[in-house]
Design a protein around this ligand. Structure first.
Ligand SMILES: [Ca+2]
Ligand SMILES: [Ca+2]
Ligand SMILES: [Ca+2]
Ligand SMILES: [Ca+2]
Length: 479
């Protein structure tokens, strides 16, 4: 049995029973309990035309079916549209901005409470996503096993989930069409997302032409809470895993051109045009997606928030820009935590006094202390060949920096992230040619480490998992 990742997550005790895999795999042997599994409808053709509220999931555990939560997120291809000329301009469903015609489209999460609107195909279709947690996988159901009660005969699909880094580690989830008697959430709710605009309802109050649009939105799970004070302004992280002190260790997840300029930052993004794509609060994950970053009105960020982890995907769509930084700046409440990375595995203390960190991009970062433990993986993909080589790691721990801070508090505390210093060509699809630059930041929230000397090894292994997601193979059940 491979306890590697369970140890890395500090979860070995609680889940040991589920990894006691025998030769006939009576239970899941997956050791990535915090990983999600996301399938598109195109892999689940038996569910084409099925209503999302009829999609249910089961695992086979100890010789019986047990229902587990599954979530369907509807997606649709829509226009971006354009920001209206005035905040008073009424919105029209069918584009992200609820305004304008023509121009580029993209596949987006659908939301009846934004101008994107509901998916025109309300049933599961090829581009919709079906998601469940690896920790809910069970063993392989023996052939001849009868369907669970409430599942429609002939509707079953067996999803074999495998770990590309450990070929012996597998788990199974069985998806069925329900007869209507079952709740897809299976009585669970791993993530709570309260999208709360101070002004009120999104469609009637949101200032799409010119912000700001203050929010008190909050995501809460058993492992963390995150708050947002506006579009692009993620301003608090509390680790809620057992043993963490639960203080807010984040000043902000920040973007700007360079340390010396505040002409563009999350604060200026929020102050100008923008719109929400979707706000989804399901049993397995929450989705928060929005556009609008000054002269890049189509620039988009999507947060996927799972029980233990947040994935942030940023799609740059703007005219040529000189540079971009993407960093996490901690708060004074993070003082005393240890910042580590693949280039500094021994770590340095976050205390507002300078540390020596390589400018080479790390493959992982970790911050740990009594406040909790946080692993970070920050990467981007691009079609512009020279961007990677022109990107360095930014790090600053300085309570009294010489530069004015663009927003948040007046200090850098363990501020770290990427700094693209090569000029970025056009990424706005409204003018050709457009390159692509897509950032992906993954943050894992964990209990304080029992043995801090092992955090570097754990985080290094976790980052390899992030780069090699679980795979899944779908087959009819029974076969
Ligand atoms: Ca769809
Ligand atoms: Ca659909
Ligand atoms: Ca320091
Ligand atoms: Ca700060």
């Amino acid at each position: 049995m491979n306890m590697r990742r369970l140890l890395a997550l500090g979860l070995a005790g609680g889940l040991a029973v589920t990894v006691l895999a025998g030769c006939d795999a009576p239970t899941s042997s997956l050791t990535r309990p915090t990983a999600p599994v996301v399938l598109t409808g195109s892999k689940l053709n038996r569910f084409g035309g099925v209503a999302p509220e009829r999609v249910v999931a089961f695992r086979w555990l100890s010789g019986a079916w047990q229902q587990v939560p599954v979530q369907v997120d509807q997606r649709r291809v829509v226009l971006f549209g354009s920001q209206p000329s005035s905040n008073a301009t009424p919105g029209v469903a069918g584009s992200v901005y609820g305004n304008g015609t023509g121009g580029p489209t993209a596949l987006q999460y659908a939301d009846p409470d934004t101008w994107v609107g509901a998916d025109p195909n309300p049933k599961v279709d090829a581009d919709d996503e079906v998601v469940f947690m690896a920790s809910d996988a069970g063993g392989a159901a023996p052939s001849g096993t009868a369907n669970p009660t409430g599942a429609v005969t002939g509707s079953g699909l067996r999803v074999e989930v495998a770990d590309p880094r450990a070929s012996s580690e597998k788990g199974w989830i069985y998806l069925f069409r329900s007869d209507g008697s079952l709740d897809p959430a299976a009585g669970k709710d791993y993530v709570d997302y309260d999208f709360t605009l101070t002004a009120g309802d999104y469609k009637t109050t949101y200032k799409r032409a010119e912000g700001p649009n203050p929010e008190t939105s909050k995501v809460t799970t058993p492992s963390y809470s995150i708050t947002f004070s506006d579009r692009w302004k993620e301003i608090s992280w509390q680790v809620r895993a057992p043993g963490a002190s639960q203080v807010d260790v984040l000043d902000g997840h920040k973007n700007q051109f360079s340390t010396d300029t505040c002409s563009r930052s999350n604060a200026t993004f929020a102050a100008e045009e923008g719109a929400f794509v979707a706000n989804i609060d399901g049993p397995v994950r929450a989705v928060r997606s929005y556009v609008g970053a000054n002269s890049g009105p189509l620039t988009q960020r999507t947060h996927l928030m799972y029980r233990d982890r947040e994935d942030v995907i940023t799609s740059l769509r703007v005219h040529p820009i000189p540079a971009i930084m993407d960093f996490v700046d901690f708060s004074s409440a993070a003082k005393g935590m240890t910042y580590r990375s693949s280039t500094k595995p021994g770590g340095v203390t976050i205390d507002g006094s300078s540390d020596s960190i390589s400018t080479a991009l790390p493959t992982w970062e970790a911050v740990d202390g009594p406040q909790g433990r946080i692993y970070l993986r920050n990467t981007f993909t691009t079609s512009q060949g020279d961007l990677k080589s022109g990107t360095t790691q930014f790090y600053r721990d300085q309570s009294l920096p010489r530069e004015t801070q663009c927003w948040g508090d007046g200090s850098y505390f363990g501020a770290a992230g990427s700094y693209v210093q090569t000029a970025i060509g056009n990424t706005d699809p409204r003018s050709a040619p457009a390159a692509t630059v897509t950032g992906r930041r993954t943050t894992q929230f964990l209990a304080p480490a029992a043995d801090p000397s092992r955090v570097a090894a754990y985080a290094a292994d976790w980052a390899k998992d992030i780069d090699a997601p679980l795979t899944s193979t779908v087959a009819p059940f029974p076969s």
